[in-house]
Design a protein around this ligand. Structure first.
Ligand code: C2E
Ligand code: MG
Ligand code: MG
Ligand code: MG
Length: 280
């Protein structure tokens, strides 16, 4: 390879970088408007019982329907606002959407299953999360037990005392709490008993090769045994194959989520999916 082409490669790289950076700023600036203009939407992914294959709940996952760029996934825009107050604004929007959805499902007589919401650290540690939730659950007459808040393990490793206080306030509204992406956050296991959590979600990185890699299998088995012995419910994320599901069955995992059963789907597709899955 000539020096010339090396230099060109470098220049292309720089141009790509600035394209990326440009898009980043573009998204960051457009996001406040996105909520007002109704461009955000929630998809719901079923949570399924490992033993019975019944749907036992959902996780709400945000998407941005951008007029020019199309459907943008949260991995592309949540990190841009995760430290700002915009994430609180987005989080409140998600909570309200989910509560309104639950009340619509109740209105039409659909089965009411708990819905999990991802809450960022900044929002958890903000002033009035519990107050905001209890105001809305009262207004729509929704039992807090129909909501679950997922908090990533990384958030809990930093601000332990602040997190515990915020979680305790949430527990008073009946909300279930789970630790998301568990196993990736380098938290000391002894912290687990300090947090008022109900659920551990095994990170999909460990599920991916749980039936072929000895280390990943060991990590999954350990999380399941440890979690259960602490009285927690265990969810496996990112289950894509029957082999992974078989492994989870063998090792007594409670619940799974993943493309094997269903991708996250729009709310209007949820009821047809539940009806399809009903025993004949
Ligand atoms: P998460 O909470 O760990 O969600 C799991 C992610 O894995 C979702 O990606 C989901 O679509 C994807 N997934 C589910 N099953 C499978 C599978 O079988 N295989 C694979 N490869 N992936 C699967 P998504 O929707 O792109 O969300 C990514 C992350 O963005 C979430 O990770 C969560 O941390 C964050 N996020 C999503 N919605 C919200 C939100 O409303 N608020 C906040 N603060 N964060 C959110
Ligand atoms: Mg989650
Ligand atoms: Mg996760
Ligand atoms: Mg994640």
């Amino acid at each position: 390879r000539s020096k010339q082409s090396g230099r060109n490669t470098y220049r292309v790289y720089l141009e790509e970088m600035s394209e990326k950076t440009k898009q980043k700023f573009q998204l960051e600036n457009a996001l406040p408007e996105a909520i007002v203009k109704n461009q955000l939407t929630l998809h719901y992914q079923p949570k399924v019982s490992v033993m019975t294959d019944e749907v036992v709940g959902f996780e709400a996952l945000v998407r941005w329907n951008h007029p020019e760029l199309g459907l943008i996934m949260p991995g592309e825009f949540i990190p841009l606002i995760d430290e700002s107050n915009l994430i609180i604004h987005l989080g409140e929007w998600v909570i309200q959407q989910v509560i309104e959805q639950l009340s619509r499902w109740r209105q039409i007589g659909a089965p009411l299953l708990p819905v999990a919401i991802n809450i960022s650290g900044h929002h958890l540690h903000s002033d009035n999360l519990a107050g905001f939730v209890s105001k809305l659950t009262q207004r729509f007459d929704i039992d807090g037990a129909l909501l679950e808040f997922e908090i990533t393990e990384g958030v809990l490793t930093g601000n332990t005392e602040q997190s515990i206080a915020a979680m305790k306030a949430l527990k008073k509204t009946n909300i279930r709490l789970s630790i998301d992406d568990f196993g990736t956050g380098y938290s000391s296991l002894s912290y687990l008993k300090k947090f008022p959590v109900d659920v551990l979600k095994i990170d999909q990185a460990f599920i991916r090769e749980c039936q072929s890699k000895r280390e990943d299998a060991a990590i999954c088995k350990t999380i399941i045994t440890l979690g259960k012995s602490l009285g927690l419910q265990i969810i496996a994320e990112g289950v894509e194959t029957i082999e992974q599901l078989t492994f989870l069955k063998q090792h007594d995992c409670d619940i799974y989520q993943g493309y094997y059963f269903s991708r996250p789907i729009p709310a209007e597709n949820i009821l047809p999916l539940l009806e399809q899955r009903l025993p004949a």
